[in-house]
Design a protein around this ligand. Structure first.
Ligand SMILES: [Zn+2]
Length: 312
């Protein structure tokens, strides 16, 4: 199976037919697993796959999503305004970076295939992305082409079944809310500004470095942190007040006197802001690259061909 060759773990599903589901019940939607443990049985092993499909030639194909297959699938359900919800998200955040491979589902919806970002992505039904948008991540599966659907239509690829697209940063942020660490040394007020994951991680790391610096290095560490974070403030990735407040709290935790601290922070931030960091080259991983605002705006002005397609 070509899915298994690309590392997507598959397993057989029951299939709908003229006499109802292959499980024998007439009231069944026919998309449930054939095997006892469902997606836990999913594999890329050609022998196991061949065994299943020689036993059940008409079985539907389930693909396990999540880290094991390297997949996160967004399910766009036209029955609950999924296409409109998705278009609104893309307009708000500015683009898809790269069109994801798309499956037209038997129920007239869409499955968008994104690369798993190596942090846990939970399944979700309409909460994180909006009405009509479900997420199949770790601990989930999707029905894949050429499976049948009770409607009589088959799941099919629209365009090429390419490798999954990297998630745009905004989608990753939506699906992985910044966790509140109980061991955080300095409280961060993340509610006052929408921080990117990168920027909030940088803020936390610099604040910890200051708070935990050995006595002799406290001043140098604070100056360096203020400069580094100032560069992110200058790039619009961090809020000035939030950053200053966080550094002040960190300096206080380090036992620095207030007067010298305030001056150091102010001048460090100012110096950094004069040399804003170019966020496009800053990413820890190239597939989670942050976009500058102008770049995002340029994308959002173009009508997205994927969105046009989804609304059909
Ligand atoms: Zn059934």
């Amino acid at each position: 199976m070509s899915y298994a060759e690309r590392g997507w773990a598959v397993f057989p599903l029951h299939s709908p037919g003229p006499q109802g589901c292959s499980c024998g019940r007439s009231d069944c939607g026919g998309k449930h697993p054939r095997t006892a443990h469902g997606f836990h049985d999913a594999t890329t092993d050609p022998q196991a796959i061949e065994g299943w499909w020689s036993r059940w030639p008409g079985a539907g194909v389930g693909i396990r999503t999540g880290a094991s297959s390297g997949l996160v699938v967004v399910d766009v359900d036209p029955g609950h305004d999924g296409p409109a919800s998705f278009a609104a998200l893309v307009r708000e955040h500015g683009g898809l970076r790269q069109p994801p491979p798309r499956v037209r589902t038997g129920g007239n919806g869409w499955h968008l295939y994104f690369a798993h970002p190596s942090v846990t992505i939970r399944n979700d039904a309409g909460r994180r992305l909006g009405p009509g948008l479900d997420v199949r991540g770790d601990g989930g599966y999707v029905v894949a082409p050429p499976s049948g659907h009770p409607s009589g239509h088959h799941y099919r690829w629209v365009g090429a079944a390419n490798q999954p697209a990297p998630m745009p940063g905004w989608l990753l942020e939506r699906l992985t809310p910044v966790p509140v660490s109980p061991r955080r040394r300095v409280p961060l007020d993340l509610s006052t500004s929408r921080l990117s994951r990168y920027a909030s991680a940088a803020l936390r790391a610099e604040a910890d470095a200051v708070a935990l610096a050995p006595d002799r290095e406290r001043n140098d560490t604070l100056n360096r942190a203020a400069f580094n974070l100032g560069q992110l403030v200058g790039a619009d990735a961090l809020d000035h007040e939030v950053t200053r407040g966080t550094l002040e709290a960190a300096a206080e935790a380090a036992g620095l006197g207030q007067r010298e601290t305030l001056a150091s922070i102010a001048s460090g931030l100012r110096a950094g802001m004069e040399r804003p960091r170019a966020l496009t080259v800053l990413s820890q991983r190239s597939d989670h690259r942050l976009r500058t605002r102008t770049e995002a705006a340029a994308v959002s002005r173009q009508p997205d061909p994927v969105l046009r397609e989804l609304s059909r």
